[in-house]
Design a protein around this ligand. Sequence first.
Ligand code: NAP
Length: 293
Amino acid sequence: MSGPLFARVALVGIGLIGSSLARGVKAEGLSSEIAIFDASPDARAAARELGLGKVEDSLAAAVTGADLVIIATPIGAYADLGPELARHLKPGAILSDVGSVKQAVVRDLGPHVPEGVHFIPGHPIAGTEHSGPRAGFAELFKGRWCILTPVPGSDTAAVERLQTFWQRIGSMVEVMEPRHHDQVLAITSHLPHLIAYTIVDTATNLEESTQSEVIKFSASGFRDFTRIAASDPTMWRDIFLNNREAVLEILGRFTEDLTALQRAIRWGEGDKLFDVFTRTREVRRGIIDAKQA
Ligand code: NAP
């Protein structure tokens, strides 16, 4: 299927994800019109300069008349966006988002969604450690999963339309319950980020002489953590505050497993270490086979 899927798409937040979407929508001809709003005047100016769409100076001007609205701001902004969005969404429109946590989005936006508007939260599992409109690119979502988390009573036809939208952007789509999404992402994304932030912070707290060597010899493992730990502080603060329950649950399990490894090292239990490292190697092979490496 080709040709526009929506007459007017509105993107609220034109950072890495919003601007990648704008580029993807344009490249695939998914909408006749792309309306953009961002709270940051700098981001709006950059979006204008990059020609990402019609940049408006208010949320109302961007979302009015749109048949697909996608929120791509940090999750902490949702609670304030809800009431204003409600005043301008047109009946029959689809309201979606790209936030990395889903139960909190249902909690914060759900109560404001007007009758007749289809609320279908979403989360593309794609990103980089960069932020802002200049960091985006149309191929970001290609070959990546996008998870949609419809709420009870979501219209099937609207879910299918949004599914087609993401597929044409290049993603594979999976539909999931918001709670399940948050549990899965706690282990696959949120915990790894927390570990990376901790390791890099521990290294920076070392004595000055050791610190310079950490940078010098970073290729031996530390470097990959520094890339993850360079991710946007606002976005990640909001993720941990809004997926607290699932993250704390998985952190508890992780701490137990870490303690078991600590014990194996202390008691010289090489077989135990070898078994764990052999199992984890298989996981990496599975990711490569699934073309998600
Ligand atoms: P970003 O590059 O920092 O862009 C977010 C933009 O939203 C910024 O320009 C920000 O302006 C603006 N904004 C903040 N509050 C707003 C409001 N009330 N109204 C309109 N605009 C507002 O962030 P991003 O990386 O694109 O992430 C956006 C969302 O995507 C987040 O919810 C995140 O969880 C999700 N996500 C991110 C990734 C990733 O790897 N980055 C992957 C998947 C999903 P200011 O800078 O002035 O605050």
